[in-house]
Design a protein around this ligand. Structure first.
Ligand code: KIV
Length: 256
């Protein structure tokens, strides 16, 4: 069974574990535990200090995906198409092919603007595996908002998700979608949903790795900090500084 089929086959059987990576060293660790590794355009915020993802370029995504791929063996590697790189089917295909060829990733992810279903269809017809993304979509929505909190919104999201499935996507990220809406969307689809801030009702979960490690300084309600790596780095650097100043480092052991 190929990697995409394996992901789809997990629906209603076991949860799909996903995280983001922008580098070889992080992918190498995640690969042991994750079904999907996403090179997310969140790298704009996390690595480049941008206020949003709008200025992330195709080249930035390719460079980080090339690095992430080197640590990724068994997991499915998905790369985000940044804003402006899938304006229409022709542009989307050209850029998606460039990402696939240069990075050797398994799939790309595009955010839904509730209209770009034909772009997904065109990519899938051209043998490119596509992951959809609905709910809070940072490339498109101006303001953060939890989606699916009233019957009209829930219906709109179900219709949107089903159109993405019919267009041929193999999975859909639900970002900050209410628990009730996540359940209804997930139950209405044959393909798996991957939640971020969208409850246990999704088929899988994703977080930005730097957030769960306590490295990014970004801690909204849906991020559980599984570690506080900032503190560990702080302590280590403090120790290094002391040893340099006290001429304890480099000792003989570290000297030729
Ligand atoms: O860019 C990203 O990291 C993402 C995930 C948060 C789903 O799109």
């Amino acid at each position: 069974m190929n990697k995409i089929k394996k992901i789809i086959a997990k629906k209603n059987k076991s949860k799909i574990v996903c995280l983001t990576s922008y580098s070889k060293s992080v992918s190498k660790i995640l690969d042991k535990y994750c079904d999907i590794i996403l090179v997310g355009d969140s790298l704009g915020n996390v690595l480049y200090g941008m206020k949003n993802t709008h200025k992330v370029s195709l080249q930035m995504m390719i460079d980080h995906a090339v690095s992430a791929k080197q640590g990724c063996n068994k997991s499915l590697l998905v790369v985000d198409m940044p804003k402006g790189t899938y304006k229409n089917s022709k542009i989307a295909l050209k850029n998606a092919k460039k990402i696939m060829v240069k990075t050797k990733c398994d799939a790309i992810k595009i955010e839904s603007n509730s209209k770009n279903f034909d772009i997904i269809k065109h990519l899938v017809k051209s043998k490119i595996n596509v992951m959809g993304h609905i709910g809070y979509t940072p490339q498109i929505k101006k303001k953060f908002k939890v989606e699916g909190r009233n019957p009209e919104e829930i219906n709109r999201l179900i219709v949107e998700a089903n159109k993405i499935e019919r267009a041929g996507a193999f999975s859909i990220v639900l970002e900050c979608v209410s628990s009730v809406a996540s359940k209804k969307i997930t139950d209405s689809l044959k393909i798996p949903t991957i939640g971020i801030g969208s409850s246990l009702n999704c088929d899988g979960q994703i977080l930005v790795t730097d957030d769960l490690l306590g490295l990014s300084g970004f801690y909204p309600k849906f991020v559980k900090r599984f570690a506080n790596i900032s503190k560990i780095i702080d302590k280590s650097i403090q120790k290094y500084k002391t040893e340099v100043i006290k001429k304890k480092f480099p000792s003989k052991k570290y000297t030729f």
